[in-house]
Design a binder for this molecule. Structure first.
Ligand code: PEP
Length: 250
């Protein structure tokens, strides 16, 4: 047992429009009233953030963004800065594998986003994870160590940081990592933090993400280095997400 408060964060990805986002958030708030002992975050698309943050106001649900620019302002068409998010969100996901793969985000860029988020008082949720080829080659530990180290290079606001280990092969596939695999890699992530900032290694929350649902969350969160979950598909149904959060709080 650690005294790190578990975190359950829902990544809605490019799902929900404004109206259905408000409906989902309202459903989650309604089902969250009795869930304590767990930090709850929902990350809607940018266009819903303002209305969702109003919908959850006064509840224990936090709102996060799915991405942010490392730049503060200027000629960056289509980008969203930390100052545009401030006041609406408390957290921001950076370096999700979908952005690394589809938008070519490098770990250096992810690191710059994490630094910008923390400087603006937002908690970055820094994602890392290997794909299937890397795992099958037996290189997962080395890959994740290097990717996370590069993604945290220059980072110093350790008290704001959350790390999410998300094996690419487990995201959206229905095939979660086993609890042993997830624990091994969460420990690797904590080891990276220990090397960079020994004083922060105990307190930083390390989440697992990849096909988490209400059926497997307890076993995953029972692992000593796993402090919560980043959840995609299962966060889009208020009831399933609430079951999952309740299980995490127990
Ligand atoms: C994710 O996108 O971060 C994720 C973990 O998705 P899923 O839960 O659907 O695998």
């Amino acid at each position: 047992m650690t005294n790190r408060t578990p975190v359950i964060a829902g990544n809605w990805k490019m799902n929900t429009d404004v109206e259905s986002g408000i409906e989902l958030a309202t459903g989650i708030v309604g089902l969250s009233k009795d869930v304590s002992g767990v930090e709850k975050i929902i990350c809607p698309p940018f266009t819903s953030i303002e209305r969702v943050s109003v919908a959850v106001h006064g509840s224990t649900i936090h709102v996060g963004a799915q991405n942010v620019s490392a730049n503060s302002d200027g000629a960056f068409t289509g980008e969203i800065s930390t100052s545009m998010l401030k006041g609406f969100v408390s957290h921001v996901i950076v370096g999700h594998s979908e952005r690394r793969a589809m938008n070519g985000e490098t770990s250096e860029q992810v690191g710059a986003k994490a630094i910008a988020a923390a400087a603006a008082g937002l908690s970055p949720i820094v994602c890392t994870g290997e794909d299937l080829d890397v795992r099958n080659a037996g290189d997962a530990v080395q890959f994740v160590s290097e990717q996370l180290e590069q993604s945290l290079s220059g980072f110093s606001a350790w008290e704001s940081l959350i790390v999410a280990y998300e094996p690419v092969w487990a995201i959206g596939t229905g095939e979660a990592a086993t609890s042993d695999q997830a624990q091994e890699m969460a420990a690797v992530c904590r080891g990276v933090i220990r090397n960079l900032a020994p004083e922060a290694a105990y307190s930083v929350r390390v989440l697992y993400g990849g096909s988490v649902n209400s059926g497997n969350v307890v076993e995953l969160l029972d692992q000593p280095d796993i402090d919560g979950a980043l959840v995609g598909g299962a966060s889009l149904k208020a009831e399933e997400f609430s079951k999952l959060r309740a299980a995490a709080g127990e």
